[in-house]
Design a protein around this ligand. Sequence first.
Ligand code: HEC
Ligand code: HEC
Ligand code: HEC
Ligand code: HEC
Length: 453
Amino acid sequence: MVQTPEIGPPLGSKRASFASWVVTILLAVQVLPLHAAGAVEQIFAHKHLGPATCASSVCHGANQRGASSEILLNEFSVWQQTDPHARSYATLGSADSKRIATKLGLGDPRSAAVCLDCHTDAPPEAMRGDKFLITDGVGCEACHGGSEQWISTHTEAGRDRAKTLAEGLYPTDQPVARAKLCLSCHMGTRDRMITHRIMGAGHPRLSFELDTFTWLNPHYEIDEDYVRRKGEFNGARDWAIGQGISAVNLLDILTDERKGWNGIFPELVLFDCHACHRPMSGRQWGPRPGTGLGPGVVRLNDANLVMFRHVLSVVDPRAGEDLMAGTRALHQATLVSRERTFAAANALKNKVEGQLDKVAAYEFGPETLGKVLDSLIRDADRGEFRDFAGAEQAALAAQSVVVAFETARQLGDADAAGLRAGVDRLYASVEKEDAYNMANFVSALKSLRASAR
Ligand code: HEC
Ligand code: HEC
Ligand code: HEC
Ligand code: HEC
């Protein structure tokens, strides 16, 4: 099932007058254009009051989950105790962080803007309230938006959620908006860049998949009332949207003259790490039809574009073929000139963006799993998974789609156990990036397909 946009009647009220519906829809259209850029701008549009403001025991600071309320009420404790976001400022004080910052000549990473950008909630000084502390790390408002305007109104019984959104609550429940938000730190965007220089200083490689990451440390639960309030939730759809938005983000940075380029080179972080970082004794090169590139060429990291093609193999196979042609054209353009690369990237970005509404509205049913796996196997058979980055995203895709249908109870217990074991094997085949072996990966992929019959 597919989640409908949040334009339903107000919380707890089934009766909404026609006028209030019109207002709701107008607000929703105004505040939530599906592909509006600038998650970071939206997050920083209003003053941030700090997590302490949310933490009272009658608000989100209960020790245990509330018995009778719709939301859990212990969000603050969950965040503080189990969510790495609460420790992300402390990370900047670690020996690893100091080493990274020293190599970059940055001094103390706890006061380096480039680190604070992603490891804390860092609105401009003027947008920080009295209780705001940078040391709180990635706090509530880093994801839910500055609360100055909605802090006192969002708890009113029967309040129209669209109004709260208009006051700056960020629509984290909507996959397009959520993807943009998470990727602003987990991939880097024009606003918050991670560069190859930061990687070169020892920062871990960033890897993200929207559905998997949404469920790693949750302070929310999808239950009946959640679906009633916010619409159906579908992990396969979130995986699909996450791939599309990641692909758009890559193309967006690549075509930015300032962020996408560094001296005479393009920003290397946008390229496949293992195209350069592999032993010379390997003699591992082989053709990848999806790129059409010959040996000895630096390749763009197209893992998300490839995965979005697998999404389209379910939603609209012809659009999938078109995307493959566009991706190949982009790879080819990188051999010619910057101008040709920009033109190919912009054309491809339009193609991906043009599919997002269709993907968001698609009903990903249990047959999705077999279709996605078949599409991955067709790629595997023609050698597309030579590169680790693509294989890693394929493993995340398989896991996400399996778990989505398990959660929706669309798989029997025995099937689910078999598929889980298959996903574990697939994961094992991409666990060590430096020891990645395509043959092992492909055989794990095929055995997973066999258990999905
Ligand atoms: C303001 C930047 C920022 C935003 C926005 C953000 N994250 Fe993070 N996230 C981080 C940082 C930094 C870390 C690493 C924290 C640490 O270990 O110090 C992290 C860690 C995580 C982890 C743990 C990863 C692991 O390897 O265990 C998950 C899961 C995660 N984020 C999910 C999300 C999701 C889902 C979203 C969007 C709803 C999101 N994040 C939005 C900065 C951000
Ligand atoms: C574009 C956003 C971004 C920027 C800029 C950034 N980081 Fe990170 N950093 C992350 C995310 C996201 C993670 C978590 C990766 C994961 O686990 O998936 C992370 C992880 C780390 C880790 C590993 C944490 C752990 O628990 O293992 C260290 C150390 C670190 N960052 C230090 C720094 C330092 C120092 C800087 C500044 C030079 C910096 N980061 C800049 C986003 C960023
Ligand atoms: C890394 C991003 C991130 C951070 C930090 C974060 N949240 Fe969330 N929050 C989410 C996401 C994603 C959801 C699930 C989607 C939704 O329903 O909006 C969510 C949902 C919620 C919900 C709604 C649950 C429901 O059933 O409707 C509440 C309440 C909430 N968060 C409160 C908090 C509080 C309080 C904090 C700080 C202590 C916090 N969040 C920190 C991302 C975040
Ligand atoms: C175009 C080739 C190229 C690509 C693509 C590339 N790198 Fe590099 N990388 C280099 C070069 C050149 C150096 C510098 C080596 C030196 O200074 O001796 C380097 C250095 C590094 C180092 C430091 C190694 C050391 O010995 O200290 C790390 C870590 C690193 N890169 C990670 C990455 C990651 C992660 C990616 C993918 C996101 C990536 N690289 C993509 C060429 C590349």
